[in-house]
Design a protein around this ligand. Structure first.
Ligand SMILES: Nc1nc2c(ncn2[C@@H]2O[C@H](COP(=O)(O)OP(=O)(O)OP(=O)(O)O)[C@@H](O)[C@H]2O)c(=O)[nH]1
Ligand SMILES: [Mg+2]
Length: 340
């Protein structure tokens, strides 16, 4: 292939060699891959990024494996990124990996990587989105991102996905877990897994009631913040996406073809409606702002010196100066130094 020779070395390497990809992901985890991320960024944007999230034990790993197998049967290449923002002792990723090793081991069209919070130098959401960019540039058709836990970190990680699937299961208590965890809002597709277990009907009823209550709007994901943008002005009422509920049994694959069909529908909707670009623009803007804040702070600390910064903190502690004035003072000092 003549195209391969024109690719930057890092892109060619991760497309041809799984070990090169694994090593790159490790460097990303260690916050030591800025140059490579810059080189590969123009070569991403083709993969469908699918987030799978939900309460512990709902069957996310089993479902992700079923989905991977189904995509493989369609001839698509798949990478799986399992992120565990909860305690390193939960074992979720480890159990998931065991199931995966049994089901998917030996298939060259599947790449699997897990990441725990432990040892993560950048923010977990930032590292995750950088890893997704590497997997995207590596040429996978599908990137499946599995996250365990509940709350803010989950929402932040999900914001990197284009299609977010929230997995629910009956029999985890009286309440629907996703409602309790406050993650129902991020669902593009709701899955009730373990549809072979008792209590499916009441779980479905609860979810349908929640969906009816929620007013239809198009969310713009913002690294953890959700901005609600009314769908109507952009799309018209008819065109707005209605979160479907799909029942699955991940242990035998029941419902997985229906789930894949809904995912494809959602992707088509994202593209046709322009919502994908809206979401991406908002999320990139937030990311650049965040990175800029980090850079500016680092730059300022370098100019005024960490010792001086600490001395100012002490002055605030002694109530000689208030925090806002301290920030203003530091900024003034850093730009005064800046003048020739
Ligand atoms: N009966 C039944 N059991 C299931 C189904 N899907 C998954 N399980 C079982 O539920 C348990 C948990 O499945 P996992 O796929 O590890 O669930 P998970 O959500 O990834 O779990 P964590 O990563 O720990 O949050 C395993 O014992 C699975 O075999 C299902 O559809 N029906
Ligand atoms: Mg799991």
């Amino acid at each position: 292939m003549s195209e391969v020779t024109t690719l930057p070395p890092i892109v060619a390497a991760i497309r041809e060699n799984r070990r090169a990809l694994a090593r790159l992901l490790t460097r990303i985890e260690n916050n030591a891959a800025a140059a490579e991320l810059a080189a590969l960024y123009p070569y991403g944007g083709q993969a469908h990024l699918i987030g799978v999230t939900g309460a512990p034990g709902t069957g996310k790993s089993s479902l992700v494996n079923c989905m991977a197998k189904a995509y493989r049967a369609e001839g698509k290449t798949v990478s799986i990124l399992a992120v565990d923002p909860t305690s390193p002792f939960s074992g979720g990723a480890v159990l998931g990996d065991r199931i995966r090793m049994r089901d998917l081991h030996g298939d060259q069209g599947v790449f699997i990587r897990s990441m725990a919070t432990r040892g993560n130098l950048g923010g977990l959401a930032r590292t995750t989105s950088d890893m997704i960019r590497a997997l995207d540039a590596a040429g996978f058709d599908i990137v499946l991102i599995e996250t365990v836990g509940a709350g803010q970190s989950e929402v932040e990680i999900a914001s990197a996905a284009q299609t977010t699937i929230v997995v629910e299961a009956p029999g985890l208590g009286d309440d629907v877990q996703a409602i309790k965890a406050g993650i129902l809002e991020i669902a593009d597709i709701l899955v009730v897994n373990k549809a072979d277990n008792p209590g499916v009907e009441s779980t479905l009823r609860a979810l349908r009631a929640m969906l009816d209550l929620g007013h239809r709007s198009e969310r713009i994901m913002h690294h953890g913040k959700l901005m609600n943008v009314p769908a109507a002005p952009i799309l018209g009422e008819e065109a707005a996406w209605q979160t479907p509920i799909v029942q699955t049994i991940a242990t035998d694959g029941t419902g997985v073809p229906e789930l894949l069909a809904k995912i494809a529908e959602h992707r088509a909707y994202l593209r046709a409606s322009g919502v994908q670009q809206l979401r991406e623009r908002a999320s990139l803007r937030a990311e650049i702002e965040e990175r800029l804040r980090d850079l500016l702070l680092a730059h300022l600390l370098e100019r005024v010196g960490v010792a001086h910064f600490q001395a100012v903190v002490e002055r605030v502690l002694r109530r000689e100066i208030d925090p806002n004035s301290a920030a203003g003072l530091l900024l003034a000092e850093s730009s005064r130094d800046h003048k020739p």
